[in-house]
Design a protein. Structure first.
Length: 294
């Protein structure tokens, strides 16, 4: 029997580990080596064996050889495949030849619900604001889980202020703060926000990308607003983003005019080209913030 675990790396690995425990297998990830997998899965004098195979770094040639071995294994052999991000072709094979268990990464409200469930499982009690804060962090689930384990060791009330001081993860970078400060003519504040992002290790190109995405999405909403009125729900569906972010973007798009929008997009395009052709990306960011306020 072959069982595969795909989706979020943390969730898939935890599910695979739980399955291994149920089946009495030692948690030991084997490389995608056909010989090792066949030996482990074939068993021996004491009955059928079992293998847990790590497919995260498997190449196409390796997979082709391993696949041939897997397809010939006896039915009583147990193989668990840890494959968080399979290729499309491998995903189809897993769906046909294995019991495929997918564990997608939770997003937006689902991520907050996951945080709440993890905290409950660990006996952690905290206000809803703490759950919301942790659920909005731009970090993978494993990193957030590690922080929850750290919080579980503390005594006393877990207030939002206390959690912010303890958690060693940065809150999500928001292009809204930068754009709002620059667009309102608060250039010094925008520069202060920019310096803060850079000091904590944010890449200039990533900040530029966030600003570009912000304006590209706002442009899509602005164009749609020329034809019809939009609700927050409409904006969220159009952009396929969280309703909270859609609401803020929609309010921003309503304040834009065509000339200002085109100037901003041109400035961002020039800044990205400058940054990607060897010129100073920080200087490009400073110039684009200056352009956004006009």
């Amino acid at each position: 029997m072959i069982v595969s675990f795909t989706g979020d790396p943390f969730l898939a690995r935890r599910a695979a580990r739980a399955e291994a425990e149920v089946r009495g297998l030692e948690w030991r990830l084997l490389p995608p080596d056909p010989v090792q997998v066949q030996q482990a899965a074939s068993g021996g004098l004491f009955g059928p064996g079992g293998a847990i195979v790590d497919l995260r770094e498997v190449g196409e040639a390796e997979w082709k050889e391993l696949r041939a071995v897997l397809e010939k294994l006896p039915e009583d052999a147990v193989v668990l495949l840890y494959d968080p991000k399979p290729t499309a072709a491998r995903s189809r094979w897993l769906g046909k030849h294995s019991e495929k268990r997918d564990h997608p990464t939770p997003r937006y409200r689902e991520k907050q619900r996951w945080v709440a469930a993890e905290m409950k499982r660990m006996g952690l009690k905290a206000p809803a604001a703490v759950v919301q804060y942790l659920g909005q962090l731009e970090a993978d689930l494993e990193a957030i889980h590690a922080e929850l384990e750290k919080l579980a060791l503390l005594e006393g009330e877990l207030t939002l202020e206390r959690v912010r001081q303890i958690v060693a993860l940065e809150p999500p970078m928001s292009s809204f703060d930068l754009v709002d400060a620059a667009a309102a003519g608060r250039f010094e504040q925008a520069m202060k926000l920019l310096r803060g992002l850079l000091e904590r290790g944010e890449e200039p190109l990533r900040i530029l990308g966030a600003l570009s995405k912000h304006y590209t999405r706002a442009a899509a909403l602005w164009a749609e607003l020329q034809n019809r009125n939009l609700s927050d729900k409409d904006a969220a569906a159009l952009l396929k983003i969280h309703p909270f972010a859609a609401r803020k973007l929609l309010a921003f798009a309503r304040r834009l005019d065509e000339d200002r929008l085109l100037r901003a997009l041109d400035a961002l395009g020039d800044a990205e080209r400058a940054a990607k052709t060897g010129r100073d990306p920080v200087l490009a960011l400073e110039r684009v913030l200056l352009a956004l306020r006009s």
